[in-house]
Design a protein around this ligand. Structure first.
Ligand SMILES: [Zn+2]
Length: 267
């Protein structure tokens, strides 16, 4: 039994932020010859498209709080300048919209995330994707299922990386990063030097603002209220769901690989 490597088209990796999804994603990318598509990269890509335009004005001028909507895309493009110079004007507009929400500290609406996701999901000529951070809501799940039907592909399975809320908070608040070389540390498990400097380049390590307890708890809440529903929704569609523990008593590349592949063998 198990999944046959050559026949897999798309796999989903879901779990709370901080549960340890990346090492599992790495396994799936290697074992099944897929590419990773993560919402983090997606946002960075689109924000960059907009930032390259060098617009200095106020983004809220494109948003009408009363009707809760943006002015038309044509109007946005006209205000931004010489459209002809950009190879992806629609991407620039999407990047602007995403940036507006990110900057004002609001949740980016599903419609915008869905549009960015759909464009990238359909664009690339790869065997298939390991999706990371998408879908997070029921609306995103519906969008994904439509895209899969349109593209004649499939979602073969969902891998859930499990983790206890309090353990995740404890682990994530201890995380430190070198602002210079981006090496990641942990005050308990992988400490920087005694003075709190990066052992690689000597720069003092910092805690990212995203790793504060308040931010972590709010991401966990988001998972419980929205993402858990989308997992149920996927389950109702008959998509196989397998679970692996995010926290292993012993940790090596081979142990992580075996934990993931054994879970898939059960399908
Ligand atoms: Zn460093």
């Amino acid at each position: 039994m198990g999944l046959e490597a050559g026949k897999i088209s798309n796999l989903l990796v879901m779990g709370k932020s901080g549960a340890g999804k990346q090492p599992r994603i790495d396994v799936l990318v290697r074992e099944f010859d897929l590419d990773q598509l993560s919402t983090g990269d997606l946002f960075r890509t689109y924000l960059k498209k907009f930032e390259e335009v060098d617009f200095e004005g106020d983004l809220s001028s494109f948003y009408d709080e009363e009707t809760d909507s943006f002015v038309s895309d044509e109007e946005i493009l006209w205000s931004l300048g010489p459209v002809a110079k950009w190879d992806d004007p629609q991407g620039v507009v999407l990047g602007l919209k995403a940036k507006y929400f990110v900057e004002s500290g609001k949740f980016v609406p599903d419609s915008i995330t869905n549009e960015m996701f759909g464009t990238v999901f359909k664009s690339k000529e790869c065997r298939g994707w390991v999706l990371d951070g998408y879908p997070r809501t029921v609306a995103q799940t519906e969008n994904l299922l439509n895209l899969v039907v349109e593209s004649g592909s499939n979602i073969d399975a969902v891998l859930i990386v499990e983790g206890d809320d309090d353990e995740i908070v404890a682990r994530t608040t201890g995380r430190r990063i070198c602002p210079n070389c981006k090496k990641v540390y942990h005050i308990e498990f992988k400490p920087p030097s005694k003075e709190g400097n990066c052992t690689h380049c000597g720069t003092p390590v910092i805690r990212r603002s995203d790793d504060s307890e308040e931010k972590i708890r709010s991401r966990l809440e988001e998972f419980h209220t929205k993402t858990e529903l989308s997992i149920k929704f996927l389950e109702h569609q008959g998509i196989p769901i397998v679970k692996v523990p995010g926290n292993l008593s012993e940790y090596s590349r081979e142990i992580v690989r075996k934990s993931v592949m054994d879970a898939f063998d059960a399908i």
